[in-house]
Design a protein around this ligand. Structure first.
Ligand SMILES: Cc1cc2nc3c(=O)[nH]c(=O)nc-3n(C[C@H](O)[C@H](O)[C@H](O)COP(=O)(O)O)c2cc1C
Length: 262
C-alpha cells in the first residue's frame, strides 16, 4: 500500500507539508498522445479495468462496457471517425467506453421483466458511471507507468462507431481511450485556481483578476510547451472551443439507440 503512505517533505531542513502520494499522482496527470511501441501486458490492462469497475456506480447498476479494439483496420476506421487522430491507431491499447443499458435489459428479460427505457436520466447515469469507471482506469494505468488520453472524438461519428463495434440499442460509445508507454512528457496543464471552482454557500461569478492571472499562467504554459508557437490563454481557448455548435447529431443518434426519448 505504498500509495497510501504520507511523508513529510523537507527542503533546507524546513518541514513544508505532508505529501499525500495519491494527490501527487492525481495532480501529475497529463494526457499522452505519443507512445513507444512497447506492448502492454493483457494482465496489467485487466488489472486497470478491475480498478475501473471499483468506481462508484449510481444505484449499483454497473452500466459500463469496455470494448478493447485490437484489429488494425478497425483501429484505422476509429482513428478516422475521431477526426483523424493517429494515436488511436498507434497506441498499444485502444478502449471504447460504452454506457451500456442493454445488459441490464437482458438481465431483466431473463427474469421475464420488461424495463422502461428512453429516459434522459438513464443516459445521464450511464454517462456518469462510465466516466467514473474510465477515470479510474486512466489513474490505475498511470500508476503502472502507462500514459493515455481520452478520445471524445469518437462522438464525431457515433453511428459509424456503433456499426463497427456492433453496438446494440441501449448502448452508446461515450469516449475512447488510448493507453501505452509514454514517448512524450508535456507536463501537467495548469488548471483554474481552486477559488474559481470551489464556491462557498452560493454560486459566485468568476473574479476578473483571478481569470487574468490564470490567463497569464496558461499562456506561459503553452509558450513553453510549443517552443513559442502558441501563447493561447484560457479565455481565447474557451472562445475557440465553445462558440461552435456541439455535435448536434448526438440527439438524433442517441434517440436512434433508443436513448433520450423522454
Ligand atoms: C471526455 C474527454 C474527451 C477527450 N477527447 C479528446 C480527443 O478526442 N482527443 C484528444 O487529443 N484529447 C481529448 N481529450 C483530452 C483533453 O484535451 C485534455 O484532457 C485537456 O486538454 C487537458 O489536458 P490534460 O489531460 O493533459 O491535463 C479528452 C478529454 C476528455 C475528458
Amino acid at each position: 500500500m505504498a500509495m497510501l503512505t504520507s511523508t513529510i517533505l523537507a527542503i533546507d531542513n524546513h518541514i513544508l507539508m505532508p505529501q499525500n502520494h495519491i494527490i501527487e499522482h492525481l495532480r501529475a496527470h497529463q494526457s499522452i498522445r505519443k507512445f513507444t511501441t512497447q506492448a502492454v501486458p493483457q494482465a496489467q490492462l485487466e488489472e486497470c479495468i478491475a480498478a475501473g469497475q471499483a468506481a462508484s456506480s449510481s444505484s449499483f447498476v454497473q452500466v459500463t462496457s469496455v470494448i478493447q479494439v485490437n484489429n488494425p483496420s478497425a483501429r484505422a476506421s476509429l482513428a478516422q471517425a475521431a477526426g483523424g487522430q493517429a494515436y488511436v491507431e498507434s497506441a498499444a491499447v485502444f478502449l471504447v467506453f460504452c454506457a451500456d443499458l442493454h445488459r441490464n435489459q437482458k438481465i431483466c428479460e431473463l427474469e421475464q421483466q420488461v424495463i422502461p427505457t428512453g429516459f434522459v436520466e438513464q443516459t445521464l447515469i450511464g454517462t456518469v458511471d462510465t466516466a467514473l469507471f474510465a477515470q479510474n482506469v486512466m489513474l490505475a494505468a498511470q500508476s503502472e507507468g502507462l500514459g493515455g488520453v481520452f478520445i471524445g472524438g469518437l462522438r464525431n461519428q457515433p453511428t459509424e462507431v456503433s456499426k463497427l463495434l456492433n453496438l446494440p440499442e441501449q448502448v452508446y460509445p461515450v469516449f475512447g481511450m488510448c493507453l501505452g508507454y509514454p514517448d512524450q512528457d508535456p507536463g501537467p496543464k495548469p488548471r483554474l485556481p481552486v477559488a474559481c471552482v470551489l464556491h462557498q454557500d452560493q454560486y459566485q461569478a468568476i473574479d476578473a483578476d483571478s481569470l487574468a492571472d490564470y490567463n497569464q499562467t496558461l499562456s506561459d504554459y503553452y509558450l513553453q510547451r510549443t517552443q513559442g508557437k502558441s501563447s493561447l490563454n484560457f479565455s481565447q481557448h474557451i472562445i475557440k472551443t465553445v462558440t461552435k455548435e456541439a455535435r448536434p447529431h448526438m440527439l438524433p443518434y442517441l434517440q436512434s439507440q433508443g436513448l433520450v426519448t423522454r
